[in-house]
Design a protein around this ligand. Structure first.
Ligand SMILES: Nc1nc2c(c(=O)[nH]1)N[C@H]1C(S)=C(S)[C@@H](COP(=O)(O)OP(=O)(O)OC[C@H]3O[C@@H](n4cnc5c(N)ncnc54)[C@H](O)[C@@H]3O)O[C@H]1N2
Ligand code: MOO
Length: 429
């Protein structure tokens, strides 16, 4: 869906009070498909956080052979009789990594170590601590101790040859990288990193490291956003720095971002203040929709496409300037969109259910994210308390919080002790 189509469909809604779910849906439909033609084959050690660009089919059975899950003795399960002990003579020793033992006569077992290939005629393993040793050469297995087939790991039980081990769109995590290695591969095909250009706007901003002049504050948003983007793993961050709220400087920075990146993220200048040139420059250089979202924090936002000379475009997210609003809008609008553009099929983030320590006030009709501190309650469950003042300029409260309390659009306030959803930062930041 093009931005013009979104604008048309928006005609039925109030862009000054847009339901967050609707905004997310519109954004999802405006996303360009990832560019699979640019996929690159990279060594396994450098693909953490990257997005798999093809279904990964297992070329082998993992494990490749039936093998023992225990140090013990392998034998034929059929030789056990209900109610009777089983006496077996030890024929030999199988160590992990060795060829399987040859045929064993009836009444015999094979001493076997964890991971060693099961001799083909044997199907059951008694752990050594459960076997009774009769001198050096025989063991006894107590009656009714094991089922036939116990403690044998079957060939292909982890992954069968021909099976899809990991589907395209997978955001590669540590276990996935181990899984690819378990198939014997040292490289894997991943989508290119999504290029995201960042800039902060505002005449009051001073770059960290410089002395602060009167009336100035330090630019923190670019650093927060850089970290949030780095955390996603599949993003190349292009830092366009700090841009004065002055049309010529903004035009130049937007043009550079549009040329160099797939996505441009700006902070500040999206509400309608006297110095908010950002908004006007965006509108001149692209197709941009300005929304006021029915959410708090993070009410004003600009979503759009910035045109390139060749007719293509870069996606634009104009986030509000308040530091907490930046993080909340990044989570609510940007994160999933970037992952999808990068080729991923992200899973919904897990929410925790926690008892609210205090009553929380809220009116139905907007989504609210409050900064929360989650801890263990006396009853062993989770409890959550807000960090106090929820002003969206209070960045330190984000550092003190360990999660966002999610208050859904339709819900009202909460009584103390009521259960509420919390998005843990560990899943997010
Ligand atoms: N009359 C109205 N005023 C405001 C409204 C409104 O609806 N009507 N909305 C308020 C809300 S909510 C927000 S959020 C801000 C968003 O405004 P802008 O996106 O134009 O942001 P700025 O005015 O440029 O900055 C807001 C605030 O954040 C500080 N800031 C900006 N950039 C950074 C940065 N890179 N690092 C740290 N802090 C930054 C800036 O100094 C301001 O204090 O508008 C409200 N006003
Ligand atoms: O986006 Mo503003 O910070 O909601 O407060």
């Amino acid at each position: 869906m093009s931005l013009q189509e979104i604008a048309t469909r928006l005609a039925g809604y109030d862009a000054e009070d847009l339901h967050l779910d609707l905004a997310r849906d519109f954004i999802a439909q405006a996303l360009p498909a990832p560019d699979a033609s640019q996929a690159e084959r990279l060594p396994l050690r450098s693909v953490l956080g990257r997005v798999l660009a093809e279904d990964l089919i297992s070329g082998i059975d993992v494990p490749a052979h039936d093998n023992s899950a225990m140090d013990g003795y392998a034998f034929r399960g059929a030789e056990m009789q209900p109610g009777l002990t089983t006496t077996l003579r030890i024929a030999g020793l199988s160590l992990a990594g060795e060829l399987p033992a040859a045929e064993l006569p009836a009444g015999h077992c094979q001493r076997i170590m964890t991971g060693a290939v099961m001799p083909p005629c044997l199907d059951t393993v008694v752990p050594q601590e459960l076997a009774q040793h009769l001198g050096e050469h025989s063991i006894q297995i107590p009656a009714d101790l094991l089922k036939a087939g116990a403690n044998r790991r079957k060939a292909g039980e982890d992954l069968a040859q021909g099976q899809v081990a990991l589907a395209a769109g997978r955001l590669l995590k540590a276990p996935d990288i181990g899984l690819i290695a378990s198939l014997g591969q040292i490289e894997t095909l991943v989508f290119p990193r999504l290029r995201v250009a960042l800039l902060s706007t505002g005449n009051e901003l001073c770059a960290p490291g410089q002395p602060l002049q009167s009336g100035q504050i330090y630019d923190s948003n670019r650093y927060t956003l850089t970290a949030l983007l780095q955390r996603l793993g599949c993003i190349e961050v292009i830092d366009l720095g700090l841009v004065q709220d002055e049309p010529q400087a903004l035009r130049q920075a937007f043009a550079e971002g549009t040329a160099r990146a797939d996505v441009l993220i700006t902070t500040g200048g999206v509400s309608a203040g006297d110095a908010d040139h950002t908004r006007q420059v965006m509108a001149v250089m692209g197709d941009v929709l300005f929304w006021k979202l029915a959410m708090r924090p993070g009410r004003p936002a600009a979503i759009g496409q910035m045109r390139r000379a060749d007719g293509s475009s870069a996606l634009l997210f104009g986030l509000p300037g308040n530091p907490v609003a930046v993080m909340v809008t990044f989570y609510a609008l940007v994160r999933e969109a970037l992952l999808r553009m990068a080729g991923a099929r992200p899973e919904p983030l897990p929410l925790l259910r926690a008892a609210s320590v205090k009553a929380i006030r809220k009116k139905p009709g907007r989504t609210e994210y409050q900064r929360g501190i989650v801890s263990r309650a006396a009853d062993g469950g989770w409890q959550v308390e807000t960090t106090g003042d929820q002003g969206s300029g209070i960045l330190s409260s984000m550092s003190r919080a360990n999660g966002l309390i999610v208050l859904n659009h339709g819900q009202g306030g909460l009584a103390a002790g009521a259960a509420v959803d919390v998005l843990p930062f560990d899943a997010l930041m």
